[in-house]
Design a binder for this molecule. Structure first.
Ligand SMILES: Nc1nc2c(ncn2[C@@H]2O[C@H](COP(=O)(O)OP(=O)(O)O)[C@@H](O)[C@H]2O)c(=O)[nH]1
Ligand SMILES: [Mg+2]
Ligand SMILES: [Zn+2]
Length: 298
């Protein structure tokens, strides 16, 4: 009789077909296959999953035994357990702040910490100041950086340490450049494969890269994170930290802060405590969310 090898824990860093790469805390990697029971349970392992597995021996693959409960999961790209969303914007292409606000709200709902990276600082050093002003009170730190000159990257790396991060943002803002720049200098840890150097923009392959305490999802081919839940117009305001602070102070209750008389949010805008742009875009987003909600439920 052979003794069962002990079960170990790790994180799924990539999957190809029914084979997955599991990485342990110390960086050791194993190839495992998902057991049939997962298909019966209609449970598809995802990159980012924390799992239990039994390692293989020698050339033989091991087995994926158990997927631990997920903190969150995305539909597109299919990844789980993101802890930090880095929303990248730049002076060019012109920043789509409605997209930023939408992503920030969704991420907050999923319990994901959020930061805005203002990249291409070398092209316009003033943009980050304007963004910081707009997002004051939004519980979202604004970091400025340049993937080209390297400025600000050390602070970005510090922010990413210990997290499972994901870069999102419009095409052309510099997500791939940042990913390379952030990971490149970590190569001394020997964990970065040369694969990231070549262009992977055509593929829709998802991989979790690890280097020196930084785990970042390479989501080349995806600009956004699509969450499982659709947004609810009634609760959208809860994902605006500036508004949450004023909850209960409006004349009407509930108040959606959508032009109701005696609205404390409007009062805060007039007193220059909340950015008028944030509120303006909140209303646009609210309109969009209502439309989607109607299509789904009416
Ligand atoms: N000037 C400048 N150009 C940048 C910077 N980061 C990226 N770029 C350029 O912007 C373009 C788009 O970058 P890319 O990383 O492919 O963007 P992605 O579509 O978000 O992955 C490329 O030509 C990059 O060289 C930066 O910090 N400064
Ligand atoms: Mg790219
Ligand atoms: Zn209100």
């Amino acid at each position: 009789m052979t003794a069962f090898p002990p079960m170990r824990e790790g994180i799924l860093t990539r999957g190809i077909g029914s084979f997955y790469t599991v990485e342990e805390k110390d960086g050791t990697r194993h190839t495992v296959r998902a057991k049939k029971k997962f298909r019966k349970l209609r449970l598809t392992p995802m990159v980012g999953d924390r799992v239990r597995f039994t390692p293989g021996s020698g050339e033989e693959h091991g087995w994926l035994e158990e997927i631990l409960p997920r903190d969150n999961e995305m539909v597109r790209p299919p990844v789980s357990n993101i802890s930090l969303l880095l929303m990248v914007i730049a002076p060019a292409p012109e920043a789509d702040l409605l997209l930023v606000d939408r992503m920030l709200a969704q991420a907050r709902r999923q319990g994901i910490e959020r930061k805005i990276l203002v990249n291409k600082q070398d092209l316009d050093p003033d943009l980050s100041g304007r963004i910081r002003e707009i997002y004051r009170g939004a519980d979202c730190e604004v970091l400025s950086c340049s993937a080209v000159t390297g400025e600000g990257l050390e602070a970005v790396r510090r922010a990413m340490t210990g997290q499972v991060s994901c870069l999102a943002g419009q095409s052309g803002v510099g997500k791939s450049s940042l990913l390379n720049a952030i990971l490149e200098t970590r190569q001394e840890t020997g964990e970065i494969s040369p694969r990231i150097a070549r262009g992977r923009n055509t593929t829709r392959h998802v991989e979790l890269f690890t280097a020196g305490g930084i785990r970042v999802l390479d989501t080349a081919g995806f600009s956004l994170l699509e969450m499982t839940e659709i947004m609810d117009p009634v609760t959208l305001k809860e994902d605006y930290p500036e508004f949450v602070a004023l909850e209960g102070q409006c004349r009407f209750s509930p108040c959606l802060h959508d032009r109701e008389p005696g609205c404390a949010v409007m009062e805060a805008v007039r007193a220059h405590r909340i950015s008028p742009e944030r509120v303006e875009r909140y209303r646009i987003l609210l309109g969009q969310v209502r439309e989607t909600w109607k299509e789904r439920y009416d």
